[in-house]
Design a protein around this ligand. Structure first.
Ligand SMILES: Cc1cc2nc3c(=O)[nH]c(=O)nc-3n(C[C@H](O)[C@H](O)[C@H](O)COP(=O)(O)OP(=O)(O)OC[C@H]3O[C@@H](n4cnc5c(N)ncnc54)[C@H](O)[C@@H]3O)c2cc1C
Length: 481
């Protein structure tokens, strides 16, 4: 029953953007400290792109969503969106890196340019650079095509990690052994420190967390069926394991059984109030891991790594609260509702819960009981009908959202939305049309299908702005070096 301290979110995005810019542009600044042999600005641009891309690749290890200090400030959706865009940026920069080196030669003599490029790609001196580029290319493409590849998620994740390690360590080796600016001096030291930092991050993610998952285990207390293919997993700390300090709405990474290695963990929202001992999760059967949940015997060891995310009312205050759940998205929404009930919150709460079939609705009794203690109005929406279904039919339309908001000031209300990507995109934009400010529309996706909302596009513009500054910095370096 411990409460995690609230993470200040004011200016968090701007601060993280500044840190990102400093990390990416630092090698350029250090390179400028060392006089280099005169060269064509294109060659300097080529070198600069290599330097910033290498730094950006190292930063990708901390923007992977596994660091609470970042995910609690930006939210998991935003940080994953940045991670993906930054990966494409680093790939584009690294693809241009050898090409720009040969561009001036090409312009004068195409045959000689091609010969030089072939030498870069085949000479043993540049081999680790080529391996780094190939690894990054595979990594980015396999991530983009992840849902279409016939691999288990765990296989893909292990591959993602291995390719990331190959890309960064081969890239560092290439910079130190073949780089004009990186061979000696402060920049050389910077790359050694970068390598050390990446090793530390990997040790934290996979060794320290692995040890912690074993040192502080939790145990399955019960698994209860809450709806068709939705199970409530209740876990309690084993003797000696401290309670988890979290805020309602956050999520944790879970592993079960005796081999609790972080690479095999899965994210689940905590469907509970921190005022209750233990943790519960509402889990929908989907694939290997979730389908094994119903068979978990009481006492089974569970590894809990968390809390993560900022899908919380402490981070997003409002005078009135809209809770909007689609399918398995009911998990964090029940966490918020249970906490509001546990604290006797007096604010108006409007809950919309949508699912495909009446059998898919979980915790309906508890939601009905919450109406006794909270100022709660509920809209249940099923896409399919049955004779016993007492809710409404169809989807959460603009009109239904407008009805939910009636009597509330949209500018002072906060909407917490969780569910399939498509629903999030549609509901988020509709709430914006109804006068809710973007900062009050908060969502967390369980999958990344379903397009981009207006808010996603605004965040993307910010990300492009940050990466544009890195590109401008590289252009400045090309002219100054
Ligand atoms: C922040 C967050 C909170 C979530 N909370 C809940 C919740 O409260 N209840 C619930 O039922 N589901 C939740 N999910 C979804 C849940 O993590 C996946 O359904 C689960 O990991 C699927 O694993 P599987 O092996 O059963 O299925 P698979 O068939 O292996 O995977 C199905 C899909 O789930 C995703 N997935 C699988 N493994 C992982 C992983 N380790 N990390 C990230 N995504 C993965 C992939 O997109 C994959 O295509 C949440 C997801 C996220 C990102």
């Amino acid at each position: 029953m411990t409460h995690a301290p609230r993470t200040p979110r004011h200016a968090s995005g701007a601060l993280l953007a500044l840190i990102y810019l400093a990390a990416c542009l630092a090698p350029l600044a250090l390179a400028l400290l060392r006089p280099a042999a005169p060269a064509d600005p294109w060659e300097h641009a080529a070198a600069g792109l290599g330097l910033v891309a290498l730094s950006a690749m190292a930063v990708q290890f901390v923007t992977s969503g596994r660091f609470h200090v970042i995910s609690a400030r930006l939210g998991i959706d935003r940080i994953m969106a940045f991670h993906k865009i930054a990966a494409w940026w680093a790939l584009a920069a690294l693809l241009l890196h050898p090409l720009l080196f040969v561009l001036p030669t090409w312009a004068e003599n195409p045959a000689l340019g091609t010969e030089r490029l072939t030498a870069y790609l085949t000479l043993p001196r540049y081999r680790t650079g080529v391996v780094a580029l190939a690894a990054l290319l595979l990594l980015v493409l396999s991530a983009a095509l992840r849902e279409r590849l016939p691999w288990q998620h765990e296989t893909w994740r292990a591959g993602h990690l291995v390719l990331g390690m190959v890309a960064i360590f081969c890239g560092l080796h290439h910079a130190i052994t073949a780089g004009r600016f990186s061979a000696l001096g402060a920049l050389n030291g910077f790359w050694w420190l970068t390598g050390l930092a990446v090793l530390l991050i990997l040790a934290t993610l996979y060794l320290w967390r692995w040890a912690r998952l074993h040192r502080a285990p939790w145990r399955v207390a019960s698994v209860t069926k809450r709806a068709d293919r939705i199970w409530e997993l209740d876990v309690q700390p084993a003797p000696g394991t401290p309670p988890l300090a979290y805020r309602a709405g956050q999520f944790a990474w879970i592993t079960t059984g005796t081999h609790r290695f972080p690479l095999f963990d899965h994210p689940f929202s905590i469907a509970d109030s921190p005022r209750r001992p233990g943790l519960s999760f509402l889990i929908k059967e989907l694939g290997d891991f979730t389908s094994a949940v119903p068979a978990l015997a009481p006492g089974t060891p569970v590894g809990i790594d968390g809390p993560y995310g900022n899908f919380t009312l402490q981070d997003h205050p409002g005078d009135a609260i809209l809770l909007i759940a689609g399918g398995a998205g009911i998990g964090p929404i029940m966490g918020l509702l249970r906490d509001l009930a546990a604290t006797g919150d007096t604010r108006p709460v409007r809950l919309a819960y949508a699912a495909g079939h009446p059998d898919n609705f979980a915790c309906l009794d508890e939601i009905a009981a919450a109406q006794e203690t909270l100022d709660l109005r509920t809209l249940l929406l099923s896409e399919e009908d049955t004779p016993s279904w007492q809710g409404q039919l169809g989807r959460l339309t603009h009109e239904r959202l407008e009805t939910m908001l009636s009597g509330l000031d949209p500018a002072r209300s906060v909407a917490m939305i969780c569910g399939p990507g498509r629903m999030i995109t549609a509901v988020s934009d509709a709430l914006g049309d109804l006068g809710m400010p973007m900062r009050n529309i908060v969502y967390e996706r369980f999958d990344y299908a379903g397009g981009t909302s207006r808010q996603d596009r605004r965040h993307r513009r910010h990300f492009y702005g940050v990466l544009g500054i890195v590109a401008l910095g590289t252009a400045g370096f090309a002219l100054l070096a």
